[in-house]
Design a protein around this ligand. Structure first.
Ligand SMILES: Cc1cc2nc3c(=O)[nH]c(=O)nc-3n(C[C@H](O)[C@H](O)[C@H](O)COP(=O)(O)O)c2cc1C
Length: 202
């Protein structure tokens, strides 16, 4: 069961039910599970801003769409990326219709030191993954997105986030999942990307 949840928690986009609201309490219940994730010195740096107001979602979605398009421009996707890109476009188009957009933030700005930078982001991403798992285990789903961060400052201004004091890390569009059989995503076998003892070893 755990293995199935771990391997089938996908980037849910087309399966998001855009017609069914997400109750505050069911989202809070999933967040309460997610925050059991580890963080450096257990400082639990995550902060959540949940967007449900249609006009607010619309305004953030405009920046998301621009960020998504900028990310794609000038790139030739590999054939195996086309399906993911297509569903990415679908999400970009329908973002304002997703019932709840969870904006994950961290106090402070990203530090320069590699060690501190690893701890800065590494202290929030395990929680994000926990949240994706918790949602999926309860019939909800989301996609981890970062496209709007190209306009982080503008979105901060829009939402009243003090940019110099708070960093936006990810935006998770959350909805109930429409029926569908969960299947594991395409992944390279671990053995192909694993070396033993020395990087340049035999
Ligand atoms: C750091 C990070 C940033 C991502 N940003 C976006 C994004 O901005 N928009 C989007 O649609 N998906 C985004 N994704 C989702 C990935 O495209 C997705 O996790 C990956 O293709 C695997 O999808 P699958 O689990 O359904 O196979 C992001 C994922 C990660 C880990």
């Amino acid at each position: 069961m755990e293995t199935e949840l771990l391997t089938t928690t996908r980037a849910f986009r087309r399966r998001l039910d855009l017609t069914r609201p997400v109750e505050r309490q069911e989202l809070l219940d999933c967040l309460d599970i997610a925050v059991h994730a580890p963080s450096g010195t257990n400082r639990q740096p995550w902060r959540f801003l949940v967007l449900t107001d249609p006009s607010v979602k619309q305004a953030v979605a405009e920046y998301y769409r621009k960020g998504f398009a900028a990310n794609l421009s000038g790139r030739t996707p590999r054939p195996d990326q086309l399906r993911d890109l297509d569903s990415g476009r679908y999400l970009a188009e329908h973002l304002p219709e997703v019932p709840a957009l969870v904006l994950v933030c961290v106090p402070g700005r990203p530090p320069e030191s590699p060690v501190r930078l690893a701890s800065f982001y590494g202290s929030v991403y395990p929680m994000v993954w926990n949240l994706l798992l918790a949602l999926h285990s309860r019939g909800l789903g989301a996609t981890l997105t970062t496209a709007h961060l190209a306009f982080e400052r503008e979105v901060a201004g829009l939402l009243g986030i003090p940019f110099d004091e708070v960093t936006q890390v990810a935006l998770l569009p959350v909805a109930h999942l429409r029926p569908g059989a969960p299947a594991p995503g395409p992944r390279i076998a671990a053995a192909e990307v694993t070396r033993w003892n020395r990087w340049d070893g035999a």
